[in-house]
Write a protein that binds this ligand. Sequence first.
Ligand code: AMP
Ligand code: MG
Length: 486
Amino acid sequence: MPFAFDNSYARLPEAFSARIEPTPVSAPVMIRLNRELAADLGIDVARLDSPEGLNILSGNRIADGSEPLAMAYSGHQFGGFSPQLGDGRAILLGEVVGIDGLRRDVHLKGSGPTPFSRRGDGRSALGPVLREYIVSEAMAALGVPTTRALAAVASGEQVIREGRVPGGVFTRIARSHIRVGTFEWFAARQDHANLRLLADHVIARHYPEAREAANSYRALLDGVIQRQAELVAHWMQLGFIHGVMNTDNMTVSGETIDYGPCAFLDNYHPKKKFSSIDQQGRYAFANQGPIAHWNLTRFAETLLPLLNSDSDKAIPEAEAALDAFSNLHQSALQRRFTAKIGIDAADDSDWNLVKTLLAAMAEGEADFTLVFRQLANALESGNDATVIRLFNETDAIIAWLREWRARLPQAARPAAIALMRRTNSIFIPRNHRIEEVIQAGNGGDYEPFHRLNEVLQHPFEEQGEFAEYEAAPEPDEVVCATFCGT
Ligand code: AMP
Ligand code: MG
């Protein structure tokens, strides 16, 4: 058997999930199998890369040891509570323990209806499958905690979205698919016994050190807050906008999940948002920290009955944990952004330097990734022209470059250049490139998909043969809006 499944979630009580098998598809074709990841997961790669493997990864066959189920969860979507969400087009096949000893979920997306699908068809269009594959693997290569892509399969069927489009099945790997919304599911039902079981499961799986703490549930809350504060700062370092930070799309493991209408910044602007459904900019670039805090507040609320049986004591406990978020997130942002300008042990004046640069970028409509990457080259060559020409308004950046050089004495420059080059990626999954991949994929041409995936394996390295992938979009290539497309 390709997978040595050991299914801890399936062993939890019935209230956690609905048993459901994937619905077969008519003519599956493997588009890409992530052999390296499969090997890391201790999967028999040869068995997986076979007709049997394709059948498993398209939902046409149940692998030995698999106990397929749809997970129950609720969630706050754009601020409003939906008590009944759950895996409506996804199925957890089971869990494997990788060669690193860590347990991970193997999960199909687009595998057919479940008891949680209400309006949808349980399927996925191919476009979002290709997008999630590209972006999640890029995020992994960029060093960001994230779910991973094991496989993308074309289903051979069409799905009806805006018109008929090809369908796909995506195999996702995650440390777990437990979300803030999973806790909300039990909290909303006042099911404290199962809430405790869930918290204990999460502690065992993701925060084993919390078991040693005086109050394990407080330690769990602290741990989730710490990881999210760091995660969102890491996104911002790379110009990433998640796009739909609903509480059902926030893991408790600290991994990025659910790459729907996500996007990377081209031109920097703090209010930038791409998602067509985010009318108010709730999930705009610079709002991601405050929104993470808002989501974590919802998480803390679910834990109140576990934090202390006396609610007068539980609330201050939760508040104290939440109060730590802003400092954690702010110091992660400062560390990451001062590194982007080559400064390691930074102080407040260095953070001001970052803010001045970002303001100049917003005003000058400068490309986020290119500006930061060119800074190291400018420092090395002594020539600022390649930076300055990225700005439509140049006065502010010229003044800034002068101030920045003054901050970095000659002796500090080699280390600064090295720091910048490992902090500022050259390659990101630019929105127009993803669009190109999806257009081609919908026509049955997966070459652009494979090529983009290759480039993004090494996002911090110069790759001369792929230089065109560094470029910002031409005016007619700019993607203004992204869609969930589910
Ligand atoms: P998402 O937008 O991916 O965060 O999904 C939000 C909710 O909608 C989840 O409960 C999904 O399972 C459900 N959902 C999204 N697309 C579909 C679909 N095509 N069929 C059934 N349920 C869906
Ligand atoms: Mg989701």
